[in-house]
Design a protein around this ligand. Sequence first.
Ligand code: SAM
Length: 318
Amino acid sequence: MSPLRLPPLPTLREIIRLYGLRAEKQLAQNFILDLNLTDKIVKYAGKNLEGAYVCEVGPGPGGITRSILNRGASQVVVVEKDKRFMPSLQMLAEASEGRLQVFNDDILKFNMENIFPETVKKDWHGDLPDVHIIGNLPFNVSTPLIIRWLAAVSNHSGPFVYGRSRMLLTFQKEVAERLTAPPNHPQRSRPSVMAQHLCQVKHCFTIPGKACVPTPDVDIGVVHFTPLKEPLIKLPFHVVEKVVRSVFHFRQKYCRKGVEILFPYPTMKELTNEVFESSGVDPTRIAPSLSMEEINGLCLAYSAICDRIPGLIDYNYR
Ligand code: SAM
């Protein structure tokens, strides 16, 4: 069966002209108007979106939305903050024969837990649900949003009430490199560990900035995330986040210095020694060189100390 396709529509440039949709620089809006490129992006969500449930965040004039619909998704929910795009997205909804629902909302406040039917839900440890989140958002939204969604992966909330929903999101190229960097890579940093301990993360390809209108100052990395059945570090998100933040605080210094700031005086030295003794990690290593197993060891050692000392988890350096 061939996927459902949209009927002939005005081009995106015509839509922009028709509805007066000038990109707002202060909202960091850049549009992808080349439908071959939006098709290429969407292909990385999965070879086949026929029958899939997709939430697209920040659709703007709807280029990526058209590609999702043309690949045969059965339900597409778009969440767009800027109300100027509503008429053109509504026109697309009419052309989609009931497959597209449009929400004028802020994705940072939008509740994704009830948008798709119960029947799409899959057990976390079973098959992947046919649920995909796709978005080319401004970088100042996508970067905090991925941290929030990684927290949601860890407690199976938000978009992950359906199971291990996959995400295809764009970032500034350097952030995409950070998210996927292995140990010892120049870009290995806090987001690398936070993303990779919860998801299989793939930097699919880079979109040159000049492919967008207007042209942003940077290139764009397209990143795909598949949540893991079991996180590599089996501790609550905030515990892992705290240890990883501290360890990477002094990137190029001995990792011991980063672990020290997890503890207040006067116990700092003694508890830091305990972390390294019980984890077996060499305290003279630098954070970017640590493997996931070593970071796991540091997190477990810190968590065991927190279990023993009430209130320690709430201690914050500075
Ligand atoms: N996805 C479109 C494309 O590729 O051509 C537009 C990309 S533009 C970089 C980002 C879009 O995200 C804009 O339409 C903007 O209004 C929208 N947006 C920004 N912040 C948002 C938020 N918090 N919630 C929902 N949409 C948002």
